[in-house]
Design a protein around this ligand. Structure first.
Ligand code: HXC
Ligand code: NAP
Length: 293
């Protein structure tokens, strides 16, 4: 099965400019690479300019595209406005915003300081709000015909999750923002969608969510019905589709890409897949025997 292949046709994003927050590492970098391969101009932003410059250079060499590194802490609205201005100065317009930047770490909630909780909310929810508001105002003021917002959430945006409560709280807010603006801003030609990835190994996430030997103790692939983690290109394919005109009628949607992981945790009898095949004859007989009495 070729799930690592590239999905869209050549030049599918030709002439488009996309901003990827947190584009210097992990999944943001993988999505940026594919957008560049498909012909887009991409501005990548985060706090660490040196890292962004390295990524931009690497991806430009690899793809032949144009990648602009811009320092911007999404927690600060003035920095977001400056990032938007720099993108416009370089490329003349911007068509897509990918809200991918995030902060997260595991912790019992009662151990968190107020500032620790705020830090995650500020990066994930307030950061997404800052970028969405600045870009949305720009698109509406300039009467741009078509534009698109894509937010990266998680499946615990709707299930919640213990030990990552600030992240779950913030991602739930981002999902609500996605669905709300899909309706409110459709009249301005702005589509809003989200992707909820399951486990896709990255250094940023794994260092903070599975430190030390937790990686071995909690093998994420075992939680997934398809029994594997995600490949970065699979996510990049979905993101490129949702950014591209091919998804022009998709609006207000959250697409889960997790191999069935969250549903496995949800279904009450899903644990029965641990029952060996040969036991089912006996179990069936026991059930039928009760019925006949
Ligand atoms: C408890 C902690 C902590 C920890 C930090 N803090 N780490 N508290 N346990 N492990 C507290 C600090 O003491 C401080 O509170 C407050 O949090 C802010 O910490 P700083 O280090 O000052 O913040 P900052 O430098 O802004 O760094 C933010 C960060 C860091 C979130 C803490 O980890 C970071 O930069 N992360 C960015 C990348 C990232 O997180 N990637 C993973 C995304 S994965 P006090 O009170 O002491 O001042 C993801 C996946 C979801 O989202 C789904 C997976 C399946
Ligand atoms: P990652 O590499 O740590 O990505 C997070 C990015 O956010 C980093 O590039 C970081 O760059 C940037 N960032 C953090 N704080 C910022 C701030 N204040 N302002 C601007 N940028 C900031 O981790 P990842 O796994 O690729 O995560 C990417 C996205 O996928 C996140 O939204 C995450 O919640 C989501 N996700 C990941 C998984 C997974 O399994 N990996 C699963 C579900 C959802 P700097 O440090 O340079 O600022």
């Amino acid at each position: 099965m070729n799930y690592k292949g590239k999905m869209l046709q050549d030049n599918a994003l030709k002439g488009q400019t996309i901003v990827v927050t947190g584009g210097g590492s992990g999944l943001g970098k993988a999505m940026t690479r594919y957008f560049l391969e498909l012909g887009a101009n991409v501005a990548i932003t985060s706090r660490n300019l040196e890292k962004l410059q390295g990524t931009a250079k690497e991806l430009e060499t690899e793809t032949g595209g144009i990648c602009l590194p811009l320092q911007c802490d999404v927690r600060h609205y003035d920095q977001v406005e400056a990032m938007l201005k720099n993108t416009l100065d370089k490329f003349g317009k911007v068509d897509g915003l990918l809200n991918n930047a995030a902060g997260n770490f595991i912790s019992p909630t009662e151990r968190l300081s107020a500032n620790a909780f705020d830090t995650i909310i500020d990066i994930v929810l307030k950061g997404t709000k800052n970028c969405t508001l600045a870009f949305g105002k720009h698109w509406i003021d300039t009467k741009q015909e078509q534009s698109v917002i894509l937010n990266i959430v998680t499946t615990y945006a709707w299930t919640g999750s213990a030990y990552v409560v600030p992240s779950a709280t913030a991602k739930a807010g981002v999902l609500a923002m996605t669905r709300s603006l899909a309706v409110e801003w459709a009249k301005y030609g702005i589509r809003s969608n989200a992707i909820a990835p399951g486990p896709f190994p990255t250094k940023g996430a794994w260092d903070r969510l599975l430190p030390g030997d937790l990686k071995e103790k909690f093998d994420m692939s075992k939680k997934v019905p398809l029994q594997r983690v995600g490949d970065h290109q699979e996510l990049a394919n979905l993101a490129a589709y949702l950014i591209s005109d091919f998804s022009a009628y998709v609006n207000g949607e959250v697409i889960t890409i997790d191999g069935g992981e969250w549903l496995k945790g949800a279904g009450q009898f899903n644990l029965l897949d641990q029952i060996p095949e040969q036991m089912w004859d006996m179990l069936e007989q026991m059930i039928r025997a009760k019925k006949s009495k």
